[in-house]
Design a protein. Structure first.
Length: 337
């Protein structure tokens, strides 16, 4: 494909082209306390307690006093960021947790394992249930109000899966370019996939975007959701992907500086012609693979312009040389008569 485009450019010259959730919430005591694991996936059985542990490590030279605080969370928009309600009592999984409130004393350099028991009700709905277990230096307010900022806490996300009639279901809601444009002069090209989870348990959709040129030859493959972020039930999450090659240089001031900086960017991030992008996503073990397709153009017009001008100048110079040669030939012919 690149060879075809380079030939096209030369001809023009001769005749004048992107953690459900992060699991760690760094705090005012960031780099002071390490929490393991940052996120936890756990299977739960209705009517039976499930035991697990959270490990805390005091990396400071001072004694720390921490308090635990279970909280429920939901997905915020389509970014995958969790949203917590510190003004209300925890519900669901957040209310099933049995954990020492504190104070939990950690001496300098001390590691401690905090037992957590999840008492899943006998009538718990099958599927996904989600909560977070925070640790902070301020005791939680039993009234549910006046909570200190999330910035003063560190926590782990707990993604529970209650046994029973679990439904894994999801599909691509939208696959498109991040830009409103359908034609570009160079890479990078940014894409997004909006994946909808219609089941009752979280999914970690994964797949790839395959790019093909005008000849049908595959030119690139881009992984989608490389970080394995989760989409919660009954939500849509937006996953972004980017096709890129080299560094992009900032444009200088002035027309010519800006033009030739962009010329360099096109050379370092070269692509040319019409491209077809096909995304393939699998959301879970019980979900059929879903696909989506789109097309776009890349025309590196700064390169075309430069080589077009060079080509035109070369043709004019050739014409001039041919004329001068013909004049010299005619002059020599007259001298020989």
């Amino acid at each position: 494909m690149i060879k075809v485009c380079k030939k096209l450019i030369m001809r023009v010259g001769i005749f004048g082209i992107l953690v459900l959730i992060s699991g760690i919430f760094l705090v005012s005591q960031a780099e002071a306390v390490t929490l393991i694991p940052p996120s936890l996936e756990i299977s739960l059985t209705p009517g039976q307690p499930t035991e697990t542990k959270i490990k805390l490590y005091n990396e400071t030279s001072e004694t720390l006093q921490l308090y635990s605080e279970p909280r429920s969370f939901t997905a915020k928009g389509e970014t995958g960021q969790p949203e917590f309600d510190f003004e209300a009592e925890p519900i669901g999984l957040g209310n099933w947790m049995e954990v020492e409130i504190g104070p939990i004393i950690l001496e300098p350099g001390e590691r401690s394992e905090i037992p957590v028991i999840i008492n899943t009700p006998i009538d718990a709905d099958p599927g996904g249930h989600y909560a977070s277990l925070f640790f902070g230096s301020t005791p939680p307010d039993p009234t549910g109000g006046g909570q200190v900022s999330i910035a003063s806490k560190i926590g782990t996300l707990i993604l529970g899966r209650v046994d029973g009639d679990v439904v894994e279901a999801g599909s691509i809601a939208e696959f498109d370019l991040s830009s409103d444009k359908t034609s570009f002069n160079r890479l990078p090209i940014e894409f997004f996939v909006r994946y909808e989870n219609t089941g009752n348990v979280h999914l970690r959709p994964a797949g790839e975007i395959v790019l093909k040129g005008m000849t049908g030859k595959q030119v690139a493959t881009i992984e989608v959701n490389a970080s394995k972020g989760a989409t919660l039930p009954k939500t849509i999450r937006k996953y972004e992907a980017i096709w890129e090659k080299g560094q992009v240089k900032a444009s200088g001031d002035g027309f010519f500086a800006s033009f030739f900086d962009e010329y360099t960017n096109e050379r370092n991030n070269f692509a040319c012609g019409k491209y077809t992008a096909t995304v393939t996503i699998t959301g879970g073990t019980e979900i059929a693979t879903d696909t989506g397709t789109l097309t776009f153009w890349v025309i590196p017009w700064h390169i075309i312009t430069v080589w077009g001008v060079v080509g035109i100048l070369a043709i004019l110079l050739l014409i001039l040389l041919v004329k001068r040669y013909n004049t010299w030939i005619r002059k020599k012919a007259k001298e020989q008569k």
